[in-house]
Design a protein around this ligand. Structure first.
Ligand code: GLP
Length: 268
């Protein structure tokens, strides 16, 4: 795992955007367009805004042929609800990059086919050749995707029940800061094993509220009680942090030194 402690959330967004664009260019040059795994939540929004700004400035790569797979989805929202993660990712990123809706995938929460949704999504990912790079945020309880503490480290895409804490954390998206009443209880999420199959994991965290979860994930024991700690098993995981999110790491000076001394050719 490579931990990259940067100064600000803007620095995090720029480095994440650089990394995504480099992959898109590399895969286009190889003739096999990139497959991107995308996270929702507020953390990656600055990265998505950066990618869109670069497209607006004419410096972005072409996203022709690129496919995207969302990490997770709410179950039980009316079709087309603006807070569905598929609607969110289209609005915040893929429409602006001109990636057509048929190449923007997410777990399908249609009630009638819910029992099959997990296996179908796994198959869609396999059919696309697997995810090259998976963007991840982290919940204050250490969840990734919607894999709440206690999720099997071997889990695949399936239905889960949100904790009260996550529903409270996400209430702001449903127009009520302190009332999680409008937040669904159930979700579909890529499993931890699904996430670990991606070629490169890019976990982004900003702000002090994430510091304890980040420290547990990066320097704590690997345990289902902190799902993000499973990243310790991945051969290519990058954790990009601003000052607040990095503030409880005990090896912070070492991570800074590694980053400062990193050879230019190496990249993330
Ligand atoms: C949400 C999402 C996760 C996200 C996390 C943190 O519930 N399902 O993918 O990483 O919680 O969200 P935020 O970035 O808004 O803090």
């Amino acid at each position: 795992m490579e931990v990259v402690p940067l100064a600000t959330a803007t620095d995090v967004a720029r480095l994440a955007a650089d990394t995504i664009e480099a992959l898109v260019r590399r895969r286009a040059a190889a003739g096999t367009p990139a497959v991107l795994g995308l996270a929702t939540g507020s953390t990656p929004l600055a990265t998505y805004a950066e990618l869109l700004a670069r497209r607006g400035a004419g410096t972005a790569p072409s996203y022709e042929g690129v496919r995207t797979f969302n990490l997770d989805e709410y179950v039980g929202l009316p079709p087309g609800h603006e807070q569905s993660y598929l609607a969110t990712i289209r609005r915040e990123l893929t429409d602006g990059l001109a990636i057509p809706p048929e190449r923007v995938h997410g777990p399908d929460p249609t009630p009638d086919t819910l029992p099959l949704a997990g296996e179908r999504y796994e198959q869609e990912i396999r059919d696309a050749g697997g995810i090259d790079l998976q963007v991840l945020g982290i919940g204050t309880d250490g969840h990734i995707g919607f894999n709440e503490p206690g999720s099997s480290l071997a889990s695949l895409t399936r239905i889960k029940t949100l904790t009260a804490r996550t529903r409270r954390d996400n209430a702001r998206f449903f127009g009520a800061e302190d009332d999680p009443g409008g937040v669904p209880h159930h979700v579909l999420t890529q499993g931890i094993a699904t996430i670990l199959r991606a070629g490169h994991l890019l976990l982004l965290a900003t702000g002090e509220a994430k510091a304890a979860a980040v420290a547990a994930a990066v320097e704590g024991a690997v345990t289902a009680s902190c799902p993000a700690s499973a990243l310790q098993f991945h051969p290519h995981a990058s954790v990009i942090l601003d000052e607040g999110a990095a503030s409880r790491l005990t090896r912070l000076d070492y991570y800074r030194e590694v980053w400062a001394e990193k050879p230019d050719w190496q990249g993330l």
